[in-house]
Design a protein around this ligand. Sequence first.
Ligand code: C2E
Ligand code: CA
Ligand code: CA
Length: 293
Amino acid sequence: QKTIKNAPGSNYAFYNESIREQMFREIHIADRMGSALAAGEFIVYFQPKVSPYTGEIEAAEALVRWKTSEGKMIMPGEFIPVFEKEHLIGRLDQYVFECVCAWQRRLLDEGRMVLPVSVNVSRLQFCNADFVETYAAIKKRYQLPAGLLEIEFTESVLYDNWERLTSIVDELHAAGFTCSIDDFGKGYSSLGMFKNLNVDVLKIDALFFQQLEQEEKDQLLVNSIIQLVRQFGVKTVAEGIETQKQVDMLKEMHCDFIQGYVYYKPLPQKGYERLLLQSSPQTVKEIMEACAI
Ligand code: C2E
Ligand code: CA
Ligand code: CA
């Protein structure tokens, strides 16, 4: 839905109250970011990635939420686009990354099990020449071994400059990170990129699964994507999976991991930690209920 309409024959834009409100809101959000960061209002949630073959949690994705001082929870869909527009997103991405590193360090120090965690990196980080260096330095500071951290790039990054992405992926590998392509299929996807791009994981967007059960064409498409990238040694994650039937179909297609409400919603750190410590279905249910947002 367009917010500004040019009426035929007129040369002025139609501007209404809701646009004004939206603008105020955006300015307010952007203004508050620095103080919110300092006040620890950004909170990292973790959504497990599960093997559909064993039902075990294999890894997680870090997803940010903003809990304001008034106790209101703001979802990333509301503030990430504003931070991107204002070029503030790099600081937040880095903050989330550092929270994840600190957490993994603590678990290692406590002798606990540590599974890989992926973090989102906005495409604007590509403008930052020190991006890999900065992330590698943080990882090194926390002395985290290779294989525990994954960087998720959105597909739209590719169209900006995918030669640069190729070299960034190589540098990240050298620094002990794994790399994934996020939201595959949401934009102008091309399987051709796998010829040159050395990524480890492909995250297939939820869009492909909405009609998976009914639409044979979607099944053919998803199956072909998975089979093709597997031959390049790329693992697959199916995103936004909500039903057991979808899980069963994806298992037949040899999809490696499932990330979706069918297994777990994103959980706060404490809830995720508790989940990793135990395995009784009853306790899992209780944790999920306690963490429901
Ligand atoms: P994403 O990276 O594609 O993350 C997956 C989103 O899908 C999450 O939304 C997750 O809660 C939601 N989801 C997972 N499983 C299901 C399901 O079965 N059904 C449905 N309906 N939704 C599911 P969330 O947490 O609201 O995040 C939205 C987007 O915000 C993320 O999409 C990501 O693009 C962005 N984002 C989140 N955290 C960060 C961050 O730290 N940095 C950056 N740059 N972006 C972030
Ligand atoms: Ca992601
Ligand atoms: Ca995604």
